[in-house]
Design a protein around this ligand. Structure first.
Ligand code: NAG
Ligand code: NAG
Ligand code: NAG
Ligand code: NAG
Ligand code: NAG
Ligand code: NAG
Ligand code: NAG
Length: 415
């Protein structure tokens, strides 16, 4: 006889509990700016809408603990332009938490404890930035970003191991940062469909340079620093016609074969800190925009005088900390406008008397920390050079008049 009302009571009680559990904003401080800075403490609100002012445009900062963003907690706010919910111990975002935010441009959810971005978390948004960096995100679900346009999506410093297919379907992202995760797998055609211009995948666990992942006609900058990439193959870059900057430093490359970079528009190529022992003769041919090549900290032993045929841009060529022992004749004949050549910390003991032939101009030539024991004034007789560094070799200081030694040459010799 008592059982029915008791059940009812219980049901009401449970309803009340689950209701109060759906309050997203409890005892938080909200700051916003119009002409002056306003700060107010909120005891309890289920939607941010109820606590922000009626202004033309509002930019809001929430301080305090927000463990869960419940459905519709940031919803239907027509004048919200920017929302900072960083460092609020946020552990979960329910699908549908965000919606109907036509003016929202910047959403900062960084430095929280998010582990998963569920399907339907971000829908129908058009922003300049979503920052999900420095969380603990292990999983991005397909549909996590639906009909989202965002200039910059930051997902760095999380715990992602893979990017499954469908995560970025129907999404437009220009700059995507996935650096400092543990990504070893990217599903084919997941990143190649979202009109990226800048992609950061540095500090991950990728083992292959895979065009199915990276092929993207708009991509101009690709950062793969500190991965586990072992090989580059001819044609690897053929579907990246706009690529201007390629960072492959600190990988496991041992060789640069012919044809990888041929006919690309790469201006900046960073290959430092690999284990490259061999660079094929035509490795850097037909790169009409090439401006900076960094091969420092590798294991190259032989200088090839035929590298860089057809280079035409002013060049910075960084070759420090390799194992070159000899500079052969006409070693720089293809380097028409050499701004900086850094050969410091190699094993150079022999320099051909014809080494600098057909090199009309060098800005700075760094030959420091080698094993040069003899320097002939004739070496640079016909080269227009600004500065040469010969410190830490086996030379005694050159005692002749420097102008005489170097002809029209360097204004400064360091030794
Ligand atoms: C509200 O937050 C402040 C600062 O975080 C804290 O000192 C205070 O105890 C909290 N009050 C309640 C009722 O939780
Ligand atoms: C700023 O917002 C507060 C709170 O809504 C309001 O009282 C004040 O008039 C506003 N100031 C200006 C300059 O709009
Ligand atoms: C939003 O701003 C418009 C002007 O751009 C104003 O007319 C409207 O009242 C504001 N709405 C709210 C909810 O503050
Ligand atoms: C996609 O999102 C925009 C807002 O960025 C919205 O105006 C549009 O209606 C959405 N399209 C669909 C099909 O939901
Ligand atoms: C997104 O907003 C920008 C202006 O902030 C606008 O130019 C662009 O057309 C919008 N894109 C979409 C898909 O709504
Ligand atoms: C050449 O490279 C070494 C090692 O990276 C560096 O210490 C040195 O400053 C560089 N020289 C010039 C002129 O940039
Ligand atoms: C050397 O190069 C500098 C800078 O490019 C230039 O101004 C100067 O005229 C050149 N000198 C000779 C002798 O070619």
């Amino acid at each position: 006889m008592f059982s029915l009302p008791l059940q009812l009571l219980l049901a009401i009680f449970i309803l009340k509990i689950s209701d109060s559990q759906k309050i997203t904003f409890q005892n938080v401080t909200i700051k916003w700016k119009n002409n002056s800075k306003i700060k107010t403490t909120i005891a309890s609100a289920d939607n941010l809408k109820k606590i922000i002012p009626s202004e033309e445009e509002v930019s809001v900062l929430v301080k305090g603990d927000v463990p869960v963003l419940y459905e519709q907690s940031v919803y239907d706010i027509h004048n919200l332009t920017s929302l900072r919910l960083d460092s609020v111990h946020l552990g979960e975002i329910k699908p549908g938490a965000f919606g109907n935010l036509p003016l929202l441009r910047s959403l900062d959810l960084s430095f929280n404890q998010l582990t998963e971005i569920k399907s339907g978390t971000f829908t129908n948004l058009n922003l300049s930035e979503i920052n999900l960096g420095s969380n603990r995100i292990r999983s991005l679900r397909p549909g996590a970003f639906k009909n989202v346009t965002v200039q910059e999506l930051k997902l760095g410093e999380n715990s992602l191991t893979e990017i499954p297919s469908g995560v970025f379907d129907n999404v437009a992202v220009s700059n995507l940062n996935l650096g400092f995760n543990s990504i070893h797998t990217v599903a084919p055609n997941t990143l190649s469909t979202i009109s990226l211009t800048n992609l950061v995948l540095s500090h991950n666990q990728l083992e292959t340079f895979d065009l199915e992942i990276l092929g993207n006609p708009e991509l101009t900058s690709l950062d793969l620093n500190d991965n586990l990439i072992k090989f580059l193959r001819p044609g690897d870059l053929k579907d990246l016609p706009r690529l201007n900057k390629l960072i492959l430093s600190n990988n496991k490359l041992t060789e640069i074969p012919d044809g990888v970079f041929k006919n690309t528009n790469i201006a900046e190529l960073r290959l430092q800190g690999n284990k490259i022992a061999k660079i094929s003769t035509k490795a850097f041919d037909d790169m009409p925009k090439l401006h900076l090549v960094d091969i420092s900290m590798n294991d190259v032993t032989l200088w090839d005088s035929d590298w860089l045929a057809g280079s035409s841009e002013p060049l910075v060529f960084l070759f420090a900390s390799n194992k070159i022992s000899e500079i052969p004749g006409e070693a720089f004949k293809n380097y028409h406008r050499l701004g900086l050549l850094n050969l410091s910390n190699n094993k150079i003991a022999m320099i051909s008397m014809k080494a600098f032939r057909k090199l009309p101009h060098i800005g700075v030539l760094d030959l420091s920390s080698n094993e040069i024991d003899n320097w002939s004034p004739d070496l640079l007789a016909n080269v227009n050079i600004t500065r040469i560094d010969l410190r830490m070799n086996r030379l005694k200081c050159i005692e002749e008049n420097l102008d005489k030694v170097f002809g029209n040459g360097p204004t400064k010799v360091l030794c």
